[in-house]
Design a protein around this ligand. Sequence first.
Ligand code: ZN
Length: 581
Amino acid sequence: MRYRLSLPEPHTHLFHVQAILERPGPAPELVLPVWTPGSYLVREFARHLEGVEAEDGEGGRLAIERLDKQRFRVAAGGAKRIVVRYRVYANELTVRTCHLDGTHGFLNGAAVFLYAPGREREPHAVEIEAPEGWSVATALPGGPTTFTARDYDELADSPMELGRHRVVPFTALGKPHEIAIWGRGNVDEARLADDTRRVVETLGALMGGLPYERYLFILHLTEKRKGGLEHASSTTLNVGRMQFFPRDQYEETLGLFAHEFFHIWNVKRMRPAALVPFDYGREQYTRLLWWFEGATSYYEGLALARAGILDARRFLRSLGRALTQLERTPGARKMSVEEASFLAWVKLYRPDENSANSAISYYLKGELVALALDLALRRAGSSLDVLLRTLYSKYEGRGVPEDGVEATAAELLGADAARRFFDRHVRGTEPLDLDLDQVGLRLRRRPAQAFDDKGGSPAKNDEERPAPGWLGIDLAAGPKLAVAAVREGSPAHRAGLYAEDELVAEDGFRVDRGALWDRLCERGPGGALRLTVFRRDELVEVTVPLAPWPDDTVWLEAVEGPSDAQRAAFEAWSGTRWPGR
Ligand SMILES: [Zn+2]
């Protein structure tokens, strides 16, 4: 299969594509994927196709018939080749979709390139005709204008950035790396390259080398919040243009780099057997996403700590924040992380106001299950590092069976201990059992001190303020004071405050965020709020009796006077210096 891609009028957001198939047979089918690997949602890419027509390559029109929303059949007769022309509307700026405008073009192969069923294993070449002065950044071999993938999977796994992007190169463990940056912002490119190199070297050392010839980070600086998608030899990262300062935000951005990069091993070169081969036409189900996303999220923090970017205090704060988030998710008591993995297509990728009450993220819980498993393995004289490398040595280039992670953990922990762990934490919904004492830590709890208190650190000294009463709502981001979600079993849930209610007054007086917090402190547990809300543009009054704020804010504290063994275990695990005296 060969493709010609052109973009004669980038402002129209249309990619013009010719798909050329030699020796097509009498009635070849061509198909556009409905999803792209790594992002478990049926996106129906075909809704952006238009103007589909076919010819025989010598000017003769051929009939083309739509078989369903994503499949076409060409009446090729005895033609030696077919050329299918179409346009793809590209105006969705995410890491999984396509975007084309006057400044650049970005594409994911699955959203643009038709494939011929039965011919996916053949090489797929793309010739790109870009505007004057534009260049192409992609992990595919070839260039500057023609690139060849060894098969359709590699084509779909190799996003392309077209434009006048800046390229920041660096070398890590002897291999060339590039960061191709589109968009402007407050990024210090030299520092970003240097920190990224440290992350790459840390993870490369962990996994025994870098399994590629060349690696590409495509970085989009936009107004949007962060997002990333992993590929075998590249990644696309969408980052808010001002996410490089202050330090907290910069560390979050580096965490995204570490996360997507770690996937080159964990989900790209070894992936669930249920996703082998990829079926681009429909959902594929696995119970292992908690491992492939959760363990990756866990190594995101560990990589930054071991690379010397996070110190012990900041590393522990990030774990404490994740524990706090889990604590505030009632769905964690209803849905196991295995079920969350299985239902990714309709749960994690289709969140709504009830998600926290009914479901759990396999990223969040998976990260913390990985922590619990690491601690259990360390107690048994092993570690998650060893489990990861053992898994990788068994399954590199192959599929991991649904019981593969547990079976490998059983080799290191013993079969009974592994079964107990997986029953409780992976198949079950019981509270996490964290063996923190061995690394000199203990888990502490307190009530939140503000609406945006994410936890991870001890209470700030605030003796002046009485304890606030608890409503049990999350506030929406944005200028309106609106309810984003109502926590199950909370006072607001019982009293009938709804998601999307806009809070306008309490006891007849206007409230904003600050005033609402003050009223909660003033009335305290046992008091009540008389709230006036707009609900579907109608004023409604809801009185909510307040409860004591739950101890759902968590942090990890270093023990006083740790033993040498605890201190050494902490430092071996985190790669950082012991945080206490
Ligand atoms: Zn991921």
